[in-house]
Design a protein around this ligand. Structure first.
Ligand code: DON
Length: 571
């Protein structure tokens, strides 16, 4: 059932649309398209129109997709301070057209060297509520500044100062506060008030600023200029580094100069897989995204999903989610510190074994799977997708974790720090803010990178290319899965991928989360009869940004999730 125009699509949707999705569309769908025969097009899809414009500005100044990625990342740091920023990190998945090189830039934050496994536990071994979420003790060493420098120096064509120019301008001249900003600032009001620098930057007289208020960040503009002038050293050494360490320590944090000096971006091989002739290239550990995505698709490759009735189809997808999230909890963590069986977990034969345990008529209780050791969400964290005229691609998901990260801004720097330390398992089996549980593999440890769910992804089938990803905490991977299934089963419409209603299962808690309108009532009831515990939510989740290039026509189309305020533009 196509409720909306599906220009450019081939084949129907694997899961039908519900009226709830039509409502979402009214919230602001953006997409662009250029037809066959036109000059090659470039596309940028991001969570904020000013960031999308920054990307196109740099492309039009002669930059490639990698320069544009620097511009979009930095602009998002300014206009979406609740989602990502210089005080955070992320994964940039790159495809270089000239030689086909594909790499994942791991700019994930690292635990400070003084961190240890009981950092967030009290003397009795109980997890201290909020300790890994609010304030400077929750902040890991940022990776985004190093990643932007690396991107520009190794892959870009323009000087960093040019790619960072739009962000510097936005920070200095200001951007208008929107409803999203107000919602997240309201949600994190108390922690922002607790940090004088954050309160001065993000609040007006201690209150959430009104919509339309021009938010200027002159200190952040100066920090961006320092990075533009001095590169990596500008942030990780010298006066700014001293200020960062002193500011964190004065407020009760545990950073040291050695933490900043030691921070390095790592280039990693992306995780790869295949599903029905579709090639998957996605984030590698320390993200769990690619591994879990490929594992789920491998399990599902044993079924002819389009031939099944919708209830059985959804049931099998949920069972695949359950199993992959169990393995996530058990095995995944920082690949530099723990041995992760990536080859095994992404092997189709392993998936076949898991598939053998799935009953078509009955849900497997999560307690019935071999045990590993429970979730808010929202459009904080940020994904963008870029394709330039030469065919270079970037899919990047960036984060400071919770809305406005730790809420702590280092005085005099404009840098709001992340609370990515909460992505560790503070104690085996104790859920984090996303309800995710973890084991030994993701314990807090000095210099470790916390396990992530961020899943920047490329999909290819019959020469058609999709570039996509989304924020959404633990639900990121299942959102990408649902979009990948749409693509694999013939949908060639990014609008359909980003608008489709979503459901999610993450092993524990053993519940099937449903977006409003995700399934018709009778299908939901049928799933309940098969033993699934339904958990209908009153809010939608995610903020997917997607681009498609068609092999046959060269046409490029793009879409920005109507759940957010982003924009997708093809030029
Ligand atoms: O890396 C991760 O998996 C999390 N820090 C992502 C957080 C997120 O997506 C929040 N957005 N809703």
């Amino acid at each position: 059932m196509a409720v909306f125009g599906r220009k450019g699509s081939r084949g129907g949707s694997l899961f039908c649309f519900r009226p709830g999705a039509a409502l979402l569309l009214l919230l602001g769908l953006a997409w662009g398209w250029t037809g066959a025969g036109a000059a090659p097009a470039a596309a940028v899809a991001s969570a904020h129109p000013l960031a999308t414009a920054a990307g196109h500005e740099v492309l039009e100044a002669g930059g490639n997709a990698f320069d544009a990625a620097v511009a979009v990342s930095a602009a998002l740091a300014v206009v979406e301070p609740y989602g990502s920023g210089l005080g955070g990190g992320g994964f940039w998945l790159l495809h270089r057209a000239a030689d086909g090189r594909e790499v994942m830039l791991d700019g994930r934050e690292r635990a400070p060297l003084a961190a240890h496994r009981a950092l967030y536990q009290d003397a009795a071994g109980e997890v201290i509520p909020g300790a890994s979420v609010d304030g400077p003790l929750a902040a890991a060493i940022p990776g985004q500044p190093a990643a932007l420098v690396h991107l520009a120096e190794r892959y870009g064509r323009l000087p960093l100062s040019r790619s960072l120019a739009p962000a510097v301008r936005l920070a200095r001249e200001g951007f208008p506060v929107d409803a999203h900003y107000r919602r997240y600032a309201g949600f994190r009001l108390e922690v922002l008030r607790a940090s004088p620098a954050a309160a001065a930057a993000f609040l007006v007289a201690g209150e959430v600023p009104p919509e339309g208020h021009l938010l200027r960040q002159p200190e952040l503009a100066r920090t961006l200029e320092t990075i533009a002038a001095r590169g990596r050293e500008g942030f990780y050494a010298g006066p700014l580094a001293r200020r960062l360490v002193e500011g964190v320590r004065a407020a009760g944090g545990i950073w040291s100069p050695a933490d900043l000096e030691a921070y390095r971006v790592v280039e990693r091989m992306p995780v790869r897989g295949r599903y029905r002739g579709m090639r998957i290239t996605a984030a590698a550990p320390p993200s769990s995204g690619g591994v879990a995505l490929v594992e789920m698709l491998n399990i599902l490759s044993g079924y002819d999903l389009p031939a099944l009735d919708p209830v059985t189809r959804a049931h099998l997808v949920v069972e695949a989610m359950r199993r992959a999230y169990r393995d996530r909890a058990e095995y995944l963590g920082d690949p530099d510190q723990v041995a992760i069986p990536v080859d095994l977990l992404t092997d189709p034969r392993y998936a076949a074994g898991l598939r053998a345990g799935i009953r078509k008529d009955r849900a497997t209780p999560s307690s019935g799977l071999p045990g590993a050791a429970a979730e808010p969400d929202g459009p904080h964290t940020s994904h963008f997708s870029i394709l330039d005229r030469e065919g270079n691609r970037v899919a990047a998901t960036l984060s400071i974790n919770y809305p406005f990260g730790s809420g702590f801004m280092v005085p005099g720097t404009g840098v709001l720090l992340n609370d990515e330390m909460d992505d560790f398992s503070a104690k085996p089996g104790v859920p984090n803010v996303y309800g995710l549980v973890g084991a030994e593999a993701n314990a807090v440890g000095a210099g470790r990178r916390p396990l992530s769910s961020m899943t920047p992804t490329f999909l290819e089938q019959d020469g058609d290319v999709a570039i996509l990803g989304t924020p959404g905490g633990s639900r990121i991977i299942t959102m990408v899965l649902l979009a990948a299934l749409e693509f694999a089963h013939g949908s060639r419409d990014p609008v359909a991928w980003v608008t489709r209603p979503r459901f999610h299962h993450q092993y524990l808690p053993d519940r099937l989360q449903l977006e409003p309108g995700a399934l018709p009532a009778e299908q939901a009831a049928a799933l309940e009869q098969r033993g699934h515990v339904l958990d209908p939510r009153d809010r939608p989740w995610g903020n997917m940004q997607a681009i498609l290039r068609s092999a046959a026509t060269g046409a490029v189309s793009a879409a920005s999730d109507p759940r957010g305020i982003g924009s997708a533009e093809v030029r």
